[in-house]
Design a protein around this ligand. Structure first.
Ligand code: NGQ
Ligand code: ZN
Length: 454
């Protein structure tokens, strides 16, 4: 049904506005936005500041099952790689039912944290023995079903994963559930294209990392279609990955990618943590998105992306919750800025040419970068965009007497998820008064799935 929504304050593409009327069509797309309007009879009133909902550009849904359980110093050398061993143990056991239950509850928590769309970087494809399911798209279907049931929009990124190290090394046993030949991968893409051709869904290409695919494989996948599907890849997250890439090719991972592949604005480089100045400049020039996952990068001891110089040059970025140790827009954006403050020993590091307001810059940049990375028309309260909205708690004392970007400053630097009151995706309310209609039942199913799996 078409809707008329009335907001006391709303963040529009050209700034904050008051008394805003947002009209939508039956498909949940915004048709008209009027500032300084009167609320027409029958309009739904939003009881607080209204923002575009945030895209989450990087998720491995199943990892929510182990979030917080790997924080035990079992080995003095604990690192990303020992965490990965623990993660592979979980991977070895999960069933399709469990993956769906875990993803469903995860996506509800994402909605409650202010995310209205997710890019699911999905590589758990096969059964426990590494054999494709009777329907090879089984696991992908489970992830799509989980998203649909919760109301979150999704860009599904089925992952091409063929090798266990640079130069086409054989995969390890722990990776058996991820592996495709190029032909198998392209068949999976073809099948999923039909399922993703509906509102709230998008399909993209995805290479797990340069460790997992060869140049020929990248080229074959990229040549398989001329549409503008988004393309995601993990890159340069850990020093060991950089060292291994140098040993193999005498190039660093980002350097190698730009030397060999035509990277453009369809691409999203996940992490890009260890980027040298020439690599930072190459990413900026290509207009690719840097997909930063601050809480996971901190949790895994990755290092800090050179965000200050990237942003100063006009680089585009977005945020992802990745391993899901946090499901909060607040925490990702706050730690993106705080990492740079701690590194540079200065305040207010990330801002743009049009705003010196850090929270205002971060929120807008992550909206634009996230929408580009997911390849969906969202991230703005403007005609032609999906009606994905977050309504903050207009009664919260911290939000009283502040306006404009100070609203974002309060929320992102002094607030918490609790300030998210209502959330709408595609014209439907999915969170109201801080709750999702299915959260209790989905929480029980999650707990049962995790109990059986770990
Ligand atoms: C992943 N996760 O694929 O889930 C990776 C770890 C790898 C993060 N990098 C595994 N956060 O990179 O090989
Ligand atoms: Zn990842």
């Amino acid at each position: 049904m078409p809707k008329a929504l009335f907001a006391p304050q709303a963040l529009l593409p050209d700034g904050w506005a008051e008394q805003v009327l947002i009209e939508t069509d039956a498909r949940g797309m915004i048709t008209r936005v009027t500032r300084g309007a009167e609320a027409p009879a029958g309009a739904e009133h939003c009881h607080g500041p209204v923002l575009p909902g945030m895209p989450n550009l990087h998720s491995h849904a199943f990892q929510r099952a182990m979030a917080g359980l790997a924080e035990v110093a079992l080995n003095p050398e604990d690192s990303f790689w020992t965490w990965r061993d623990l993660m592979y143990r979980l991977v070895g056991r999960l069933t399709p039912d469990q993956v769906q239950a875990i993803a469903r509850y995860l996506y509800i928590d994402m909605l409650k944290g202010g995310y209205t769309a997710v890019a699911e970087f999905h590589y758990l494809h096969h059964d426990q023995n590494g054999r494709p399911y009777a329907d090879p798209s089984e696991m992908s279907q489970r992830v799509l079903a989980a998203a649909e049931g919760t109301g979150i929009a999704i860009t599904l990124l089925p992952v091409m994963y063929a090798h266990g190290g640079f130069g086409g090394k054989d995969p390890s046993d722990g990776q058996r559930r991820f592996i495709h030949t190029t032909d198998q991968y392209l068949k999976l893409q073809e099948k999923l294209a039909a399922f993703c051709a509906k509102p709230g869904r998008r399909l993209g290409f995805c290479f797990h990392s340069l460790r997992a695919v060869t140049l020929d494989e990248i080229k074959a996948v990229m040549a398989s279609t001329d549409d503008d599907r988004p393309v995601h890849v993990h890159i340069a997250e850990q020093q060991k990955e950089v060292e291994d890439c140098l040993a193999w090719s005498r190039r660093r991972p980002i350097q190698w990618l730009y030397d060999n592949v035509d990277v453009d604005d369809r691409w999203c480089l996940i992490h890009a943590t260890h980027a040298e100045p020439d690599e930072v400049a190459a990413i900026v020039k290509s207009r690719a998105i840097a997909g930063i996952c601050p809480t996971t990068e901190a949790n895994l001891g990755d290092g800090l992306f050179p965000a200050v110089s990237f942003v100063d040059q006009g680089g585009r970025l977005g945020i992802g919750s990745d391993s899901h140790v946090s499901l909060s827009v607040v925490e990702e954006l706050r730690w993106l800025e705080y990492g740079q403050r701690l590194k540079h020993e200065r305040r207010n590091r990330l801002h743009g040419p049009n705003t010196k307001h850090v929270a205002g810059y971060l929120y807008r940049a992550a909206l634009d970068g996230g929408a580009q990375a997911l390849g969906q028309k969202m991230g703005a309260i403007a005609p032609g965009h999906r009606t994905d909205l977050v309504v903050l708690d207009g009664q919260h004392p911290l939000l009283a007497h502040v306006g404009g970007d100070d609203i974002l400053g309060r929320w992102l630097f002094a607030g918490l998820n609790r300030m998210v009151k209502d959330v709408m995706v595609g014209g439907q309310w999915v969170v109201q008064d801080g709750r999702h209609a299915d959260e209790i039942e989905a929480g029980r199913a999650f707990a049962a799935a995790v109990k059986a799996a770990i």
